[in-house]
Design a protein around this ligand. Sequence first.
Ligand code: MN
Length: 397
Amino acid sequence: MRKHPRDTIIFQNIKEAEMKVVSGICNTREKIAESMSVDVSGINMRIIEAIENPLVIDTYQEAGKYFEISKDPDLAELPVPMYYRKDGGPYITAGVIIAKDPDTGVRNASIHRMLVLGKDRLTARIVPRHLYTYHQRAEANDEPLEIAIAIGMNPATLLATTTSVSITTDELEVANNFHNGEMKLIKCETVDLEAPECEILLEGKILPHERAQEGPFVDLTDTYDVIRQEPVIKLDKMHYRANTLYHAIMPAGNEHKLLQGLPQEPRIYKAVQNTVPTVKNVLLTEGGCCWLHAAVSIQKQTQGDGKNVIMAALAAHPSLKHCVVVDEDVDIFDVEDIEYAMATRVKGDEDILIVPRARGSSLDPCATPEGTTTKVGVDATKPIDKKEKFARVSQTL
Ligand code: MN
């Protein structure tokens, strides 16, 4: 996977398991764009449209009919890799957990890394967002939280589960917008839940009042995350398709970076648009782990727009550490073009904004123990009154 960072890879003849492994179905922006029928520069607008217009799904099929194999759970049958030497064990990295809010019944779908503890037991990193809240609500009543875990699905569906929508929005209905309202769900057998069409489906529950050690595991920044005590999952059923492909996402690879980071771009875009309506596009660059570095292109209208964009972008995505703003004649998808703008349009004493001791990303190895870091914004836009001096001759030929 390391050797072929942009290819889709299928591993066959795995010694310890009969299933094949696939990796890299979402490891380029081109593949993600294709899955939602847009070009790369249109991904952000397509995500905004889907989030604002979730579509109800009312077509169902039975798990027993969709999957050729349904049986008691045995995770030893899945080729779950251990990726790096010091990992806490084999980790499921493309598992989407589906659950319903015990109070409201709203469905949630979110991707979580899951450490295999035994043939029917896992622990999952559950950050304090929607699934965490559902589990807290169930736990307050001493109840388990029913879940389904879907592994191996359409890239656009998978991407929808990584969007930061409100707790009252169902990510599967966002996915259904990507699929033009044609999604079918699978009805689970042992839990009152529905899952998207997938290669492997696990059914079970998150137990109340039980925790296990989660980690060590590698995060976006290619560094080890801290070890935590996390909730325990007990499985009751396992389904998979004949000739199934087990989807494995390599930690800190492009697929991980894009799935986690790319859905933050539309949020930054909307925040910047409030300040500078002529924003063209926003990118969290792969080199910045799709998390710490943003490039924003704008059609500059007044002197100072660049600085305002920096402040809006840093506020919109609190993990953002460095932000560069360029004019619309610079292609933010081309890192050389961004460097060109920094080389020719930046004066260090005027165009760099430094914000010390701001709240940053817990993933940033530079962050202080209390979670602060220094934010830097680079205004690489042309001065509004000297546009001719900065015009790129090769673009005017
Ligand atoms: Mn949610």
